[in-house]
Design a protein around this ligand. Structure first.
Ligand code: GTP
Ligand code: MG
Length: 453
């Protein structure tokens, strides 16, 4: 395999930058451009040690650096690695990379270091995916879940499920192989119970993906309502920015305005929309239509009413046109006189109401509590077992489908065929950690990584 090199730190100015080299000739290639101050040759260094020296290329001393050496197989990739820590100027860092490429290294592709770690069996594919998740974690919950996956909790859970499959398969094989002898036949109901138990464990993991998606991409929350109820005021309060224009003129917001926020450790993509109403204004008509479309694709609709007046028939009609399971009614302007008619609101058949003042922040704690309840984090107390990757989710779905097929057929097919179907489920589960996977699927995982990781 070729020897690869890439800049592993972010593009920009920093205290230091790191250029990483991995492969059979990593030490030889780095040596071509490095002179240690004490004359030590890199090949004579032990793994996990470093030397101070100069990078010299085409008779030009580029920088004073520290080179750290890792020797195969005790390195991130499992290959020989050198890491050059230089002064953190983009010009210096790029010059060192160029010197390495001129000396025999090739430019690393996205995620190629981690891909080599996987191919050299240093890490499983699910762990590699968690590395990517860790790098992109930008708040505590995401870090925690990705770190659990990185520590292997998910992988261990999958192994436990796989072992349950293998136990059943070995009992089935004993029954098939010794059918003429005194081995008692397995009771179908007992078998079904054992398989249902596996199915429920798979199901918990599969269900956790909805939370995983929220953690990864944020919950899409649209603020909807009639003009002038205070939607943009709420957007600005929650985003702590003057993101949307606020005026007392109905129809101020004409287009959807989006902002990512973290509310009580919940990542949210908040969308302020144009007030919905029947109007002859062409721009407002388009805005109203757009608001309705956004409502359709959002995970949660915050439908805002004005506490100083009764709900209108038009508002009732709009609320009734949406999926009620994803509506939270916000009654805004609680700081002024409340004239909303609770009896009328109760008839809407929506369980969740929150009284707030977007202007002074009253009730916002309650609002974030309601959003948390909506996501139902409580159902997934075990943060070590949340699926964040679409690939892993699809592996689990396929394994489950196969298992359900096996349960369906338990009484109608011969035992050896039944055992084959079950074996297939176990084999599908092996893909979770990357065993038995086609190269193109492995490649597609690493293509999403950044270069240098
Ligand atoms: N008293 C009080 N006034 C509020 C509150 N929230 C918003 N307002 C006022 O209501 C008016 C309309 O606020 P906006 O946030 O622009 O309302 P909107 O729903 O975005 O309106 P459109 O963009 O026209 O659909 C402004 O004068 C706000 O200052 C509140 O909680 N209390
Ligand atoms: Mg507005």
């Amino acid at each position: 395999m070729s020897t690869i090199a890439a800049i592993s730190t972010p593009y920009g100015i920093g205290g230091i930058s790191v250029v990483r080299v991995s492969g059979e000739n990593a030490i030889k290639i780095t040596q071509k451009i490095f002179r240690a101050h004490d004359g030590t040759l890199l090949e004579n260094m032990n793994g996990y040690t470093c030397k101070l020296g100069n990078i010299i290329f085409e008779n030009n001393t580029l920088d004073e650096v520290i080179v750290t050496v890792f020797k195969a197989p005790r390195s991130y990739t499992g290959e020989d690695i050198t890491q050059i820590s230089c002064h953190g100027s983009m010009f210096i860092t790029k010059s060192i990379l160029r010197a390495l490429l001129s000396s025999g290294a090739v430019m690393a592709g996205p995620g190629e270091f981690t891909k080599r770690a996987f191919l050299n069996k240093k890490i499983s594919l699910d762990k590699a995916e968690s590395v990517m998740g860790l790098i992109s974690s930008n708040y505590e919950k995401a870090r925690k879940i990705n770190y659990s996956a990185y520590c292997g909790f998910l992988g261990q859970k999958i192994n436990k499920i796989k072992n349950k499959f293998f136990d059943i398969l070995s009992d089935l094989n004993a029954e098939i192989d010794y059918s003429d002898e005194d081995v008692p036949e397995l009771d179908n109901n007992q078998l079904i119970l054992r398989l249902e138990n596996i199915n429920s464990e798979l199901n918990n993991l599969i269900k956790s993906y909805s939370i995983g998606c929220v953690i990864k991409n944020g919950l899409k929350v649209a603020i909807l309502g009639a003009p002038n109820v205070g939607k943009s005021t709420l957007m600005n309060f929650l985003s702590k920015k003057e993101k949307s224009i606020v005026t007392d003129i109905a129809g101020t917001t004409r287009d959807a305005i989006e902002e990512s926020i973290i509310l009580n450790n919940i990542p949210i993509v908040l969308i302020d929309t144009a007030g919905i109403r029947e109007t002859n204004d062409k721009i407002e008509q388009i805005g109203t239509q757009k608001s309705k479309e956004i409502a359709e694709i959002s995970d949660l609709i915050l439908f805002m009413l004005d506490a100083s007046r009764e709900i209108t028939d038009e508002e009732i009609k709009i609320i009734n046109s949406f999926d009620k399971n994803k509506i939270l009614i916000i009654i805004n302007k609680s700081d002024i006189n409340s004239n909303y008619n609770l009896e009328k609101l109760k008839k809407l058949n929506i369980k969740n109401f929150v009284l707030i003042s977007a202007k002074n922040g009253t009730g916002i704690d309650n609002l974030s509590k309601k959003i948390e309840e909506f996501i139902d984090f409580g159902a997934f107390q075990n943060e070590n077992l949340i699926i964040m990757s679409e690939r892993q989710y699809n592996v689990l779905l396929r394994a489950q489908k196969n298992l359900e097929n096996a349960i369906d057929k338990i009484k109608s097919v011969p035992r050896d065929i039944f055992a084959d179907i079950l074996k297939e489920s176990a084999e599908i589960l092996c893909e979770f950690s990357g065993e038995n996977l086609e190269t193109k699927i492995v490649d597609s995982v690493f293509e999403k990584f950044c270069v240098g990781k």
